[in-house]
Design a protein. Structure first.
Length: 319
């Protein structure tokens, strides 16, 4: 019996010293680069600063929100919730079910049309209406068909449909040809236009790697007016183009993370960190640039960002 007492004491001490549970989280990873970047920043802080464990789970918006709603730990956090784009999900799970928490520290998403800074300054192009000037359109006409080209988005993008309607309702159709192509085509065309000193306009948005890849400027548009923003998508009506009317800038987007309320009980330190987490659009653009333009692994880009922004990370952790 005397030999058993030290063993029992050691076991009891170990039980008292050990945490009741380990901090762990499963992070949803949507397909777009900005979301991937944020997901890995979240994971890097959890592993390197909190000492928790992380699993990355690919998924679309519906899958991630459903898993967060169930609260079983299959997916605990969505890294990049765009509002009002994903408002149907936040209304269902945040407002109505009350099973998901939405961060109160959003960054701003901004959509518009861009030209390269040199082209804009050389030709006094500052507003979307300037693209309808015959002299500007002629400088953007690379194929000689009499119309300047403007990339409006990739095939299948809902935003490309909006931008085609805008091209018409801004009175640009007589001067500008809206082009749909993969984003890689747009990137190559920007590079080529700069090298040749040609004009080019394209759909752009923040955050995005393009802001670090090239010196570009977003053109002004009429201030967002919901009365002048009536958009019908092809999935809703075959006559979408005729029934739509958009002659105003898109509303600014609020983008933040969201997490399952069950995480508060399962991993409270991680949940506290999520509540304080905050990035800027420039942060996300820079991370996206490292991943998509420089070929960095998302985990490596995230680790470098966390190391370079230790003071900001400390503040998020309440240190």
């Amino acid at each position: 019996m005397k030999l058993m007492k030290p063993l029992m004491s050691a076991a009891l001490l170990a039980a008292i010293s050990a945490p009741a549970f380990a901090e762990e989280v499963k992070i949803g990873v949507p397909s777009w680069t900005g979301a991937q970047a944020i997901a890995y920043v979240l994971g890097e802080v959890v592993t390197s600063r909190i000492g928790g464990t992380v699993e990355y789970v690919p998924g679309n918006n519906a899958t991630i929100f459903q898993a967060m709603d169930q609260g079983k730990g299959d997916i605990d956090v969505h890294p990049d919730v765009w509002l009002p784009n994903q408002q149907s999900f936040t209304q269902k799970y945040v407002d109505e079910a009350g099973t998901v928490t939405l961060s109160s520290n959003p960054y701003e998403g901004n959509q518009g049309f861009c030209v390269t800074k040199d082209f804009g300054e050389a030709n006094n192009i500052t507003d979307i209406a300037d693209l309808g000037r015959p002299d500007v359109a002629a400088l953007m006409d690379s194929d000689g068909n009499g119309l300047g080209e403007m990339w409006i988005g990739a095939p299948g993008w809902a935003s490309a449909n909006v931008n085609e309607v805008k091209t018409r309702d801004y009175g640009l159709m007589d001067f500008i040809e809206p082009i749909r192509a993969e984003e890689s085509v747009k990137t190559a065309r920007i590079k080529d236009s700069i090298a040749k000193g040609e004009g080019y306009a394209f759909y752009c948005y923040k955050p995005h790697a393009v802001w670090f890849m090239f010196d570009v400027e977003m053109l002004t548009e009429p201030t967002f007016d919901p009365a002048k923003y009536v958009m019908v998508q092809p999935s809703d009506d075959a006559d979408w183009f005729e029934k739509s009317s958009v002659a105003t800038k898109d509303a600014l987007k609020q983008v933040q993370i969201a997490w399952s309320n069950s995480l508060v009980d399962r991993s409270p330190a991680i949940a506290d960190f999520f509540a304080n987490f905050a990035l800027t659009a420039d942060d996300v653009s820079g991370l996206a640039y490292e991943i998509s333009a420089n070929g960095a692994d998302p985990a490596d880009a995230a680790a470098a960002w966390v190391a370079a922004n230790s003071d900001r990370v400390d503040a998020m952790l309440g240190l």
